[in-house]
Design a protein around this ligand. Structure first.
Ligand code: PLP
Ligand code: COI
Length: 365
């Protein structure tokens, strides 16, 4: 059951799925991460046994011993990707192989066993197939897939656990920000950092997000949508937002984004933007950008636009930047041309409306 073997999933359909009328009402305005489909995937792991009991079953609470290691030492990783309704009524996932690869990298960083890539992909296909009726068909809607794994061993010693549970849940979603696609404001936290060299910044583990919640609360107190983190050493360079990578658009059309040095999440949307822009002949620089460069560039016009990108946020313009001692805007606080163009290109590929030159769209149904 390892090394990429196909697992035979046991399918146990939900005996009491949500009715058609109720589901239609929920899908009319799903928000983000509030409603869930009828099923979930579960796969267990034990040292010496490998991954076993792959199942598709009714979504339900998971009984948990209070001494489960994850509740104490946070050995947990997750992924986030979307499935879309295609123009012909089919369903496709966007770059699930990249999420599988990152899930394996996160597992390695958190001393967890790697789930074979093919099992990860198959688990996603299974939940999409059984919960197909939950796929939004609206222009902004998609099915957000959340695969995750945690240390389920009942043990309080501090060491990598010997038992894990992998799950996939699915949530029909609209835009991540409640205002839809309009510029967001960001708060440059003076107090907190997200990740230091040698830490877990490049892993998608729950602990990174827990550590960011005080900063996010601070952002909200200051009337901002998201936190922007500076590097942990000099407190000078832009790393990323709480849940998104960042790009800057210069006045000559060049795209600039912070480099992958191990402290930021290697975003799949970030990589997609780089590849799409590169194919279109746009210049791309992966290099550090200081808060001071952003501030002075916004004032001089050298930095024309800035945007955040991620699976949940897609491509979202950044309008206003607020810090303890300053406040400024980019693109007059509006949505820049390049941001709009890149967003359209990406979304058209994701939704099967445009050619897919990189083979990113994986049809499932
Ligand atoms: N950075 C952080 C901290 C994130 O949580 C996310 C979201 O997944 C991203 C960046 C963007 O990654 P991706 O484009 O793979 O969704
Ligand atoms: C995603 O974009 O998938 C994330 O995990 C980010 C989070 C803010 C929802």
């Amino acid at each position: 059951m390892s090394g990429g073997d196909n697992l035979e999933f046991e399918i146990r359909p939900n005996p009491a799925p949500v009715g058609d009328a109720e589901r239609a009402a929920l899908l009319a305005n799903p928000g983000f991460g509030r409603i869930f489909t009828d099923h979930m995937v579960t796969i267990r792991y034990a040292d010496g046994k490998g991954w076993y009991e792959p199942r598709v079953e009714a979504r339900a609470p998971i009984p948990m011993d209070p001494a489960s290691a994850v509740l104490h030492y946070a050995q947990e990783i997750f992924e986030g990707l979307k499935a879309y309704t295609l123009p012909d009524g089919g369903v496709a996932m966007f770059r699930p192989d990249a999420n599988a690869a990152r899930f394996a990298q996160s597992a390695q960083r958190m001393a967890m066993p790697a789930l074979p890539v093919e099992t990860f992909l198959q688990s996603l296909r299974e939940i999409i197939a059984i919960d197909r009726s939950w796929l939004p068909t609206s222009d902004e809607g998609s099915l957000y897939l959340r695969p995750f794994a945690y240390a389920s061993e009942v043990f309080l010693g501090v060491r990598p656990a010997m038992e894990y549970l992998y799950l996939v849940i699915a949530s029909p979603v609209g835009p991540y920000f409640s205002g839809g696609v309009k510029p967001v404001s960001v708060w440059v936290t003076p107090d907190y950092t997200r990740a230091a060299p040698g830490g877990t910044g490049a892993a998608k583990c729950g602990g990174n997000y827990a550590a960011g919640l005080s900063a996010q609360a601070e952002a909200i107190e200051h009337g901002c949508d998201q936190v922007v983190y500076l590097d942990a050493i000099e407190r000078k360079y832009i790393d990323e937002l709480g849940g998104m990578n960042v790009f800057f658009v210069l006045d000559d059309g060049t795209l600039v984004t912070p480099p992958l040095t191990g402290t930021i999440l290697p975003g799949i949307t970030r990589d997609s933007v780089i590849k799409l822009a590169g194919r279109a002949g746009r210049r791309i620089e992966e290099r550090p950008v200081s808060l001071e460069e952003w501030r002075s560039g916004a004032a001089s016009g050298r930095i024309r636009e800035a945007f955040a990108c991620g699976t949940a946020a897609v491509i979202t313009p950044i309008g206003q930047i607020r810090s303890a001692d300053d406040e400024f805007v980019v693109a007059d606080g509006g949505t820049g041309e390049v941001t709009t163009e890149l967003r359209k290109q990406l979304v058209d590929i994701q939704r099967g409306r445009a050619e897919d030159p990189f083979g990113w769209v994986h049809r499932v149904l």
